[in-house]
Write a protein that binds this ligand. Structure first.
Ligand SMILES: [Zn+2]
Length: 260
C-alpha cells in the first residue's frame, strides 16, 4: 500500500469511527471548520396541548444504520406509544423484522426519511463530526431521493418529512429539500446525546420533556446504555399522562425555514 492509499485508509477508519458516534454528539461541539459553509441545527416544536398534567410530546427516533433496539421497539409496541421513526436505506436493508413490526402497527408508527447513505445533507464539502457531507446539490438530492425510494420499495408510504444525518444543514440545502416537497425535522430535546449518554441521564432528559417538545433519540444502538434509559423514560412519560403524537398528527413550528 503506497503512502497515499495508507493515508486514505486511515482517514476512512477515522471517519467510520466518528460515524459510529451517531448524531447529534454528546461531546462538546467541535470548533467550527475554517471557511466552511454556515451550518444550522434547526429546532422543531409541535402545537402544545396547553392542558395541565397533559403534556403533548412528539417522540422521534433515528434509525441511522446498524440494528434495531428491541428495548425501545418492544416498549413502544407494548405500551402503545406512537412515535415517528426516521429510517435510512442502509438501516431498512438490514432490519426487515423491525420494519415489519412498524408496518403491522400503523396506528403507532409514522416512518420518515433519514436519507440513503446517512451522509449530512449539506451541499458544500465539509466534515460534520468527522462525516463527509453530501457536498453538492446533486448529492443532497440523491441522499433524499435514495432514502425515499428505499422506503417505498419496502412497502412504506412515501415520506413527507426528512431529517439528515447529524441534523445539520446549510440554508441552501434546506431550501432545496423544501422545494422537493419535504418538511425538515429538527427537534427541541436531545434525548440521548447521539446514543452516547448513560441510561440515567438519558431517562432524565427524555422524561423532562415539556408540552410541545420534539424529542430526538436513536433506535439503532441496542448495545448502548442510552437505549435502556430511553425505554424507561417512555414508561415514565406515560405514567405522567403524556399525550404522544407523531409529526403527521399535529401542527408544528420549525426554525430556519424548515417547515414554513
Ligand atoms: Zn442518524
Amino acid at each position: 500500500m503506497n503512502r497515499f492509499l495508507l493515508g486514505y485508509a486511515l482517514l476512512l477508519a477515522a471517519a467510520s469511527s466518528a460515524f459510529a458516534a451517531e448524531t447529534p454528539a454528546a461531546a462538546p461541539a467541535r470548533p467550527p471548520v475554517a471557511a466552511g459553509p454556515k451550518l444550522v441545527e434547526p429546532h422543531l416544536h409541535i402545537a402544545r396541548s396547553n392542558i395541565s398534567g397533559h403534556a403533548r410530546i412528539a417522540l422521534t427516533f433515528d434509525a441511522c444504520m446498524g440494528e434495531a433496539d428491541e428495548r425501545i421497539v418492544s416498549t413502544l409496541v407494548n405500551e402503545r406509544i406512537p412515535a415517528t421513526i426516521f429510517v435510512t436505506a442502509r438501516w431498512l436493508k438490514r432490519n426487515p423484522k423491525a420494519v415489519a413490526v412498524f408496518l403491522q402497527n400503523p396506528d403507532l408508527f409514522e416512518l420518515e426519511n433519514h436519507g440513503e447513505k446517512h451522509i449530512p445533507a449539506i451541499d458544500k464539502p465539509v466534515l460534520v463530526y468527522g462525516i463527509a457531507s453530501a457536498g453538492s446539490p446533486d448529492a443532497v438530492r440523491q441522499e433524499v431521493e435514495g432514502g425515499a425510494a428505499a422506503m417505498v420499495a419496502s412497502g412504506i408510504p412515501a415520506p413527507r418529512w426528512f431529517r439528515g444525518s447529524t441534523a445539520k444543514y446549510d440554508l441552501s440545502a434546506i431550501g432545496q429539500i423544501r422545494a422537493m416537497g419535504y418538511r425538515i425535522a429538527g427537534y427541541s430535546v436531545n434525548g440521548d446525546g447521539g446514543s452516547l449518554l448513560g441510561a440515567a441521564v438519558t431517562e432524565k432528559r427524555i422524561s423532562s420533556a415539556k408540552d410541545g417538545d420534539v424529542v430526538i433519540s436513536h433506535i439503532n444502538q441496542p448495545t448502548h446504555a442510552a437505549g435502556a434509559g430511553v425505554a424507561k423514560a417512555l414508561v415514565d412519560l406515560k405514567a405522567k399522562g403524556t399525550e404522544f403524537v407523531r409529526l403527521q398528527d399535529v401542527a408544528d413550528t420549525g426554525d430556519d425555514k424548515t417547515t414554513e
